[in-house]
Design a binder for this molecule. Structure first.
Ligand code: UVW
Length: 325
């Protein structure tokens, strides 16, 4: 992946970009593996419950093994599902003889753990040999023994969610390739929606990008791959720290613009927010139906609930978040 406008030799090391920026390492103890999810206390769960008005529910996972393809980071493949047993096996006499003579279907799925709507483990991305909370990056060898997705999965994520529709705010169905926005834009969009982002909100941001995948030619979607998204700045990192945002959820594959436009550094917010502040990342979320409903009823806040799968030593895990309005 490259951006012709950027001279690769001039791209700084992540360490230089992150110099002087805040971390939450040690804030919740030296063994903490759930990071900013610690902000989601029982009081925050009740704040989320208090935002429920109508009982309408939305699921935010994209389909897995979709015949139209699954949107994934270039180099990964979408989930592949294989039938292992179905009526055909019984017709051909290959099905097992079962006492009672019933029959069954079985199947197998092979997928990247980041190959659908998913939670990244806090240790998923690092620099300078240390993952979230200062754990040695060697703990990732052969499977993540620290800051894997398992502690996030065992904890679960429940709180007040807020949806910011950046695409709609800019009068578009979908943001353009490489189009950026920052925390100032998020707050301006929130104001236009008649809401305010509050401390400890689970922050959902819609760009229209994932929804557009299903309408576009895949060659065009992946050509010169550069997603729209949030862009790095020290002020943005400090805003996330000050707002104590526990979880960032977007309808893009990487939750941020693929290449930081000033420097050409790839996905620096994975380092600034996830590795350093412990913000949980939820990617490839399906937000179009939820956004359309929020426009209809004017309600942009809700109860957000999610539980990624309990993958031992996993660098991420699929999830189907449920929103209750
Ligand atoms: C990469 O691993 C590059 O990104 P993601 O967090 O989207 O899986």
């Amino acid at each position: 992946m490259c951006n012709a406008d950027i001279d690769a030799k001039a791209v700084p090391h992540m360490r230089e970009l992150m110099a002087g920026l805040p971390t939450n390492w040690g804030k919740w103890g030296t063994e903490d593996e759930v990071g900013a999810l610690n902000y989601l206390t029982p009081a925050e769960v009740l704040r989320g419950v208090a935002s429920v008005r109508s009982g309408k529910t939305f699921t935010l996972q994209v389909r897995m093994g979709d015949p139209r393809g699954d949107p994934v980071w270039p180099g990964r493949r979408g989930a592949q599902r294989f039938n292992l047993m179905d009526k055909g096996d019984f017709i051909c006499g290959h099905g097992p003889d079962i006492p009672g003579c019933h029959e069954f279907a079985d199947d197998l799925m092979i997928m990247y753990l980041q190959g659908s709507t998913q939670y990244d483990a806090l240790g998923h991305v690092w620099y300078d040999d240390h993952i979230y909370n200062g754990f040695d990056a060697k703990t990732t060898a052969g499977g993540m023994r620290k800051a894997s997705v398992l502690p996030l999965a065992e904890r679960g994520i429940v709180g007040r969610g807020i949806l910011i529709d950046m695409a709609r705010h800019r009068g578009k169905d979908v943001l353009g390739k490489g189009e950026t926005f920052d925390h100032g834009d998020l707050m301006a969009a929130a104001e236009a929606q008649g809401v305010r982002i509050e401390r400890h909100d689970v922050l959902l941001v819609r760009t229209g990008w994932i929804g557009s995948f299903y309408r576009r030619d895949p060659n065009e979607f992946y050509a010169d791959f550069i997603e729209p998204g949030l862009t790095f700045s020290p002020a943005l990192v400090e805003w996330f720290r000050d707002m104590e945002i526990p979880n960032l959820v977007t309808d893009t594959i990487a939750n941020e613009v693929t290449l930081e436009p000033e420097t050409g550094v790839m996905i620096p917010l994975h380092c600034a927010l996830m590795r350093n502040l412990g913000v949980a990342f939820t990617e490839i979320a399906a937000l179009d139906d939820l956004a359309a409903d929020c426009v209809q009823d004017g309600q942009w806040t809700f109860l957000y609930t999610a539980a990624p799968l309990k993958v031992v030593n996993g660098s991420g895990a699929p999830v189907n978040p449920v929103v209750i309005k």
